[in-house]
Design a protein around this ligand. Structure first.
Ligand SMILES: Nc1ncnc2c1ncn2[C@@H]1O[C@H](COP(=O)(O)OP(=O)(O)O)[C@@H](O)[C@H]1O
Ligand SMILES: [Mg+2]
Length: 508
């Protein structure tokens, strides 16, 4: 191996190299290095082998040493004995060049610190992407960099970020509409039957008693919807899943009337239980986003407009703070939101391409069949499989890739793999991308914070990328408990507990 810039010893796994072949330069990444018989002192004739994954080729320019016009894919394999050169800064700039005018910068290439790394939004969002990495490695910052750069260049984007830890509220400044716990509205009548039944009754499978309550609920929902719409044409097309408003008070009156008819018999028990459960949720302030509105009105237009930024009104990102949603219904809420996203895309006939960013995706798309909420898994998998057709892209963020459903992750054509410390997670990512010669992934445990191996459609060729550093005011606020800071000041007085107890009592 030879080099135009430095000695062959500078070759490490991940180094981009070029090999001349007739009138082309073939480019590849070193994926493994071996020295079969290492000598005690390094001698010039010591044999060193590098395995190279060929990635693409460029034409020879007027200066034979300077390749031009890089393209992915290799038409001829270099011959045995050909010289191999380490790519120069110019070569790196050529290979990692901006591929289209819409490409956006996200950071720099590890091999050449001054070379920008670009991603193409069309390719990134065309087939979903994933950001994977152990907690604290910079996933949320990476998401903030990627989204910020996309919206800076695409002011009319439609991006919905599901934010279970309330991290992103301040990260996007004026670009984002922040829907916080106090203003988040997702009325019960937007839920389909599975989602409503899941919220009120929990998992009904295997319990005849609960199934009787579910059957009663379905009938009552239909009647309450018909009552709301009155004697209109719309009322004749109503199903239990149609997203039209109805009054919960109406449903409860219908329920009372049914109970009245049944008297004190055994059959009244499911209805009584159902009534108690509905009232418990209605009186629980944590469920105000579902049951909150004083008057039920058809404000579906207003709700969709705010969540999906239609019209954009200079805020292409909606941050949905889900931190206050009770954990027992979080999965259901995500199901409703994902389903509405998909339905909106279908009924708008692809006129509004939407990116749905899912933090903590392993919660909603678990590998274990017994976990999660079935409708959430179903709709997210459907978006993963069919979203492209309808203009819905998924951004899957997770610190536990090995707990994620492989089927959904396989639909991600761009992967940003930050440091992964667990071997199970490293193996999972490696298995997911078998074509990449494994070698690149050897870096996964050793990456620095804010560094990622980026692979797939979004980038011209795989790269080790250092994300641009976000200024503090653009950073998502990660919620690591600030021990040392808190333990230095004496801020935890009696007043603090009074406030905590008051909140505890009102929010439960
Ligand atoms: N691109 C970046 N710009 C600025 N700081 C970063 C960047 N990437 C990582 N960091 C640092 O790493 C910390 C953890 O990043 P974060 O994105 O919250 O990690 P994760 O979401 O993986 O838990 C941040 O608080 C920040 O200090
Ligand atoms: Mg995070």
């Amino acid at each position: 191996m030879d080099s135009q810039t430095s000695g062959a010893s500078a070759v490490v796994k991940g180094t981009l190299v070029k090999i001349p072949h007739q009138s082309t330069w073939v480019f590849g990444l070193v994926t493994a290095i071996s020295i079969p018989l290492p000598s005690h002192e390094q001698t010039p004739d010591e044999q060193r082998f590098a395995e190279v994954l060929l990635l693409g080729e460029a034409d020879v320019g007027t200066d034979p040493a300077t390749p031009i016009r890089f393209e992915r894919g290799v038409s001829f394999f270099p011959s045995v004995g050909a010289q191999v050169y380490i790519a120069t800064a110019d070569d790196l700039a050529l290979v990692y060049a901006k591929r289209s005018s819409s490409s956006v910068r996200i950071g720099t290439i590890h091999q050449g610190r001054s070379i920008p790394a670009y991603v193409s939004p069309d390719r990134l969002l065309g087939k979903h992407f994933a950001v994977l990495g152990t907690t604290g490695t910079g996933k949320s910052c990476a998401v903030a960099v990627i989204l910020r750069r996309i919206v800076e260049a695409h002011r009319n984007a439609h991006i919905l970020v599901l934010d279970p830890h309330n991290e992103y509220a301040s990260a996007f400044g004026d670009y984002a509409e922040v829907i916080d716990a106090t203003s988040f509205e997702l009325p019960y009548w937007l839920f389909n039957f599975e989602e409503l039944s899941g919220s009120i009754l929990g998992d009904v499978t295997g319990s005849e008693e609960l199934q009787r309550e579910a059957t009663a609920l379905a009938a009552l929902v239909c009647r309450a919807k018909e009552a709301f719409l009155g004697n209109t044409k719309k009322a004749s097309h109503i199903t239990v899943n149609t997203p039209v408003p109805y009054k919960m008070s109406e449903l409860l009156s219908l329920l009372d009337a049914e109970m009245g008819k049944l008297g004190h018999g055994r059959n009244v028990l499911p209805l009584q239980n159902l009534k108690t459960k509905i009232n418990t949720l209605r009186n629980d302030s944590r469920y105000a986003f579902m049951f909150g509105g004083i008057a039920t009105s058809d404000n579906m237009n207003k709700i969709l407009s705010r969540i999906f930024r239609i019209p954009v009104q200079n805020k292409p990102i909606a941050i949905l703070d889900l931190s206050a949603v009770p954990s027992e219904v979080l999965n259901i809420v995500v199901s409703v939101l994902a389903r509405i996203t998909f339905d909106l895309a279908v009924f708008s006939e692809r006129s509004v391409p939407v990116l749905l960013v899912c933090e903590e995706a392993h919660r909603y798309l678990p590998a274990d069949d017994r976990q999660g909420f079935e409708p959430t898994k179903r709709i997210l998998s459907r978006i993963a499989r069919e979203g492209r057709k309808y203009g819905v892209a998924l951004g899957i963020i997770s610190q536990r890739p090995s707990d994620l459903a492989m089927s959904a992750l396989c639909q991600c054509n761009s992967i940003f793999a930050l440091r992964l410390s667990s071997t199970a997670d490293q193996e999972f990512v490696r298995a997911m991308l078998p074509d990449w010669g494994g070698g690149l992934f050897d870096f996964l445990p050793a990456l620095r914070n804010g560094e990622a191996i980026v692979i797939g459609e979004a980038v011209p060729v795989p790269a080790r990328v250092r994300f641009d550093t976000l200024p503090p005011e653009h950073m998502p606020c990660s919620k690591t408990a600030p021990f040392s800071e808190a333990w230095q000041t004496n801020g935890a007085g009696k007043d603090l507990l009074e406030g905590v107890i008051a909140r505890w009592r009102t929010e439960h």
